[in-house]
Write a protein that binds this ligand. Structure first.
Ligand SMILES: Cc1cc2nc3c(=O)[nH]c(=O)nc-3n(C[C@H](O)[C@H](O)[C@H](O)COP(=O)(O)OP(=O)(O)OC[C@H]3O[C@@H](n4cnc5c(N)ncnc54)[C@H](O)[C@@H]3O)c2cc1C
Length: 383
């Protein structure tokens, strides 16, 4: 019997790989095994479901059956892979065993929820998948006030979107500025002002220490570590991601922060590859669509017998905050970088240079977006 390529997961990484494989080869046997419903959707759409008044069903681009038919694959939904035997090249899911020729682990990442005291801690919602939104949408639709934990990329986008949909929003993060891992202080300050003008209640340099049910169990009493208390109807955590590596590490595959792969996305186990938010490439986690897309293109070739290395150029990060849109690239938080700033009321262009006067990163905002691509071409490749 011909053994298929098996892909674990049905997120952007898995489905992008299926599409690329099919463009190259219509006959190759492909099996996708996924713990979720297997519907195709665009995860970045979750950043604006509230202002767009979209349900989880509205985000589905192709349901699982349509996808399986369109791309001629065997698709097993609601099948959680429990173990991988890399010696015998088999895996188990729902008490069944499957043999693979080549295996791609595309298990993504899970939202990290900071440990929190109180009897409402289990009411914290995460929005890192369609199914997470589906199970929370009813509660969130009726919520008039929402606490967002985490003022990174996702948390800030969600906070602005909730605010645009008319809800009261409280944003909390232990960092001293918004998007602290991505933005220099002077741009973060502009975004802060924009969110503040829209009446998002921003609390930086503090964290949530306690969540308690109100006596009618409808709302939640929040206590911050700085002593402030207030009440909200819902709590969303967007405090970061943790790559899903358990399956791989239990199979003896080398993992760090993610499943460690080489430049062909090969893991430490023979014929086992990793792709997407679960993979660690050259010491980096790259939880964005563009690197996944480029990686899937190279991996498809490798899986079909033409070993190909991934080449990742400098890539733009878009911050989907419509009141204060931002694009950035390269090294934008390096200590000691020299910044050249061109600021006007309609937008800012900020370029970061190293001590050799080499452009190492940039940030553009609002009406200056058109400067992003020319600047991108001036940056050296990052990988
Ligand atoms: C709100 C939000 C907005 C975003 N916006 C942007 C943006 O604007 N631009 C951008 O570039 N990126 C954005 N991202 C990031 C981007 O969406 C992700 O990097 C990408 O979707 C990850 O895809 P993935 O397939 O690796 O993981 P996932 O989509 O998490 O898929 C993982 C899959 O693995 C399955 N799985 C896990 N464990 C098992 C198991 N044991 N057995 C079987 N199946 C399993 C899951 O069911 C799932 O199908 C955003 C992310 C979020 C949350």
């Amino acid at each position: 019997m011909i053994k298929p390529i098996i892909i674990i997961g049905s997120g952007f990484a898995a489905y992008q790989l299926v599409k690329t494989l099919r463009r190259e080869n219509t006959q190759q046997a492909i099996t996708v095994i996924t713990a979720c419903e297997g519907d195709e959707y665009s995860k970045p759409d979750l950043s604006h479901v509230f202002s767009n008044k979209q349900t989880a069903a509205d985000l589905v681009r192709m349901n699982a059956l349509q996808f399986a038919t369109e791309y001629n694959i065997t698709l097993l939904t609601r099948h959680r892979v429990d173990s991988i035997d890399t010696l015998n090249k088999t895996l188990t899911a729902n008490n069944k065993q499957f043999a693979y020729d080549k295996l791609v682990i595309a298990t993504g990442a899970s939202a990290f929820v900071p440990p929190t005291e109180g009897d409402a801690a289990d009411r914290i919602i995460t929005l890192n998948s369609l199914s997470e939104y589906k199970s929370a949408q009813e509660k969130l639709t009726t919520a008039e006030s929402v606490l967002v934990i985490g003022a990174g990329l996702i948390g800030t986008e969600i906070a602005m979107d909730l605010n645009r949909s008319g809800r009261q929003v409280v944003l909390v993060d232990p960092a001293k500025s918004l998007l602290a891992a991505l933005l220099p202080d002077f741009i973060a300050a502009q975004l802060y002002q924009s969110l503040g003008n829209s009446r998002v209640d921003i609390n930086l340099g503090t964290q949530v220490s306690r969540l308690e049910q109100t006596s009618d169990e409808q709302s939640i009493n929040v206590t911050l570590s700085n002593g402030r208390t207030f009440q909200v109807d819902g709590v969303i955590s967007a405090a970061g991601l943790k790559a899903n590596t358990r399956l791989a590490s239990e199979a003896g595959i080398t993992c760090g922060r993610g499943i460690i792969v080489d430049s062909k996305l090969q893991s430490s186990a023979r014929d086992v590859y990793a792709l997407g938010d679960c993979a660690e490439i050259d010491g980096k986690l790259l939880p964005f669509l563009q690197p996944i897309l480029l990686s899937a293109n190279a991996l498809a070739k490798t899986l079909l017998g033409r070993p190909s290395e991934i080449k990742l150029p400098a890539m733009l990060v878009k911050v989907k905050t419509p009141h204060y849109p931002i694009q950035l690239c390269g090294n934008t938080t390096q200590a000691g970088a020299r910044w050249q700033i061109d600021a006007a009321a309609q937008g800012m262009t900020a370029k970061a240079f190293d001590d050799k006067n080499q452009l190492i990163g940039f940030v553009v905002t609002q009406d200056n977006m058109k400067q992003a691509f020319p600047l991108l071409r001036q940056l050296p490749a990052v990988l």
